[in-house]
Design a protein. Structure first.
Lengths: 354, 107
């Protein structure tokens, strides 16, 4: 018998198998191959030779194929994670797209020489492609790790939010009212907005600023040419709290997208978030000015200290109005959510189910 | 195309019966190759790539138990029904008989 052929064949299969079961499966295949060879040798009435060994190995199949039969189906991102992967992917791509558009806008608005427009746009496209590839790569990596961990744990977790047959009650269909269905577009827009806000205020706070070009024109906007920041230190003290709210908003929205409709828990969480919002807005109203602009920094652009002063007063008023509107809007939303909670339909019982 | 559909249909049909066929032969212990032979003699040809991994999966599910033993000249892995497998087999048989009678009526 050509043991070398068999050894190589078995180890070719073995190296494609997980370490845990490798030795055992190798031994079993080896013993089966020897049984097959014995049988052929008996039938042929001659000892096992190389030709016979080759025939048996051919019949047993290519090592890759044999190894695959022991592995079951393996996925980088399996069916249970795929729906949520696609959801997160869409959100991430929209966020990357929005950020790319913002940075292109900034780059174009700060371009002193219009002849560089083509170069600026091409650079932006290049950056966008790199960002998309990076985001996609990281996302796939994260999901692949989760998939692998679930596989290792042998978990039978269902991430599609689909209840199993026993838990599912057809009567839940009666409880779906148009007001409890979530608006997918709005929810995704909110997630995108929160992501952009988290990224800008935490990582690029300097891009929101006020500056004066060498030709005397002034602007309020963003970019590296900024000379004076638009928002004050007082504002940035609130950023950690705002970030928490944005992160919680994203988590709630992802939960809502998965469930497709509001329930008691999500409504209570929503109310909680709105209460925190009111708290932050109220604290901002009581804080020193949120704008970093001063009459002195505006005077050169506006020509006189008086007009600079009135613009500043106006801007400050706008900020205050915006904060009051936030508080007022949140109160309205809380009342609406509470009324939906209170008027929740009583689930009718089936006649036969008493 | 028709041929391919036929092959697929056959595969689907066999997939359903292999489990029962395998369990039915394992009230006495068998090693892999002897089991495949016994099934083939009875007229059921099972691909080795299907049978051996299936035996391991069934053992993992607790329906079979196995042990390495040296008989005649070399070690072989012997499989036999576990207690759980022995309880399950008659219930599956009953289900199979019911399916056959329904299918007889349908066909």
């Amino acid at each position: 018998m050509n043991t070398n052929l068999i050894d190589n064949y078995v180890s070719e299969i073995g190296r494609r198998l997980p370490k845990k079961t490798r030795g055992d499966i190798e031994a079993e295949i080896r013993s089966i191959l020897q049984d097959m060879l014995d049988e052929r040798s008996q039938k042929a009435g001659k000892p096992v030779d190389e030709e016979m060994t080759l025939e048996v190995l051919k019949a047993y199949g290519a090592p890759e194929k044999v190894a695959a039969t022991y592995q079951g189906e393996r996925y980088l991102i399996g069916p249970r994670l795929y729906p949520i992967f696609m959801l997160v992917l869409r959100i991430v791509l929209v966020v990357v797209g929005v950020l790319a558009a913002i940075s292109l806008g900034i780059a174009l608005s700060h371009m002193l020489n219009p002849q560089n427009a083509v170069e600026t746009v091409l650079t932006a496209i290049g950056n966008f492609i790199v960002s998309v590839m990076t985001a996609l790569g990281n996302l796939v990596l994260v999901f692949a790790i989760i998939e692998w961990a679930l596989f290792r744990a042998g978990a039978k977790v269902d991430f599609k939010g689909i209840p199993n047959e026993k838990e599912w009650d057809p009567r839940s269909l009666l409880n779906v009212s148009p007001s409890s269905l979530i608006k997918v577009g709005e929810t995704i827009a909110e997630i995108v907005g929160a992501c952009v806000a988290i990224i800008i205020f935490n990582f690029y706070p300097q891009i929101l600023g006020f500056g004066i070009f060498s030709n005397g024109n002034w602007y309020v906007g963003a970019g590296t040419a900024v000379s004076t920041p638009l928002l004050s230190q007082a504002f940035f003290h609130f950023v950690p709290y705002l970030t928490v709210v944005w992160v919680l908003t994203i988590l709630l929205d992802i939960g809502l997208l998965r469930m497709g409709q509001w329930n008691t828990m999500t409504r209570i969480s929503f109310i909680g978030l709105k209460v925190i919002n009111i708290g932050i807005a109220a604290a901002m109203l009581g804080a020193p000015t949120l704008l970093a602009l001063t009459a002195a920094s505006l005077t050169p652009a506006l020509g006189s200290a008086e007009s600079a002063h009135s613009l500043l007063t106006l801007l400050d008023l706008f900020v205050r109005i915006a904060l009051w509107l936030t508080i007022f809007g949140s109160i309205v939303e809380i009342i609406r959510a509470i009324s939906r909670l209170a008027t929740k339909e009583v689930i009718p019982h089936f006649a036969g189910n008493r | 195309m028709t041929n391919e559909s036929f092959e697929n249909g056959i595969l689907e049909l066999r997939r359903g019966v292999i489990l029962l066929a395998v369990l039915s032969r394992l009230d006495q212990e068998q090693y892999g190759y002897s089991l495949i032979k016994r099934l083939a003699e009875a007229g059921l040809e099972i691909d080795q790539g299907t049978l051996y991994p299936l035996l391991r999966r069934l053992e993992g599910q607790g329906l079979l138990q196995s042990a390495w033993r040296v008989e005649t000249d070399r070690p072989r892995r012997y499989y036999v029904l576990s207690d759980e497998g022995r309880t399950l087999l008659p219930r599956l048989k009953e289900e199979w008989i019911a399916i056959v009678s329904i299918m007889d009526k349908l066909l």
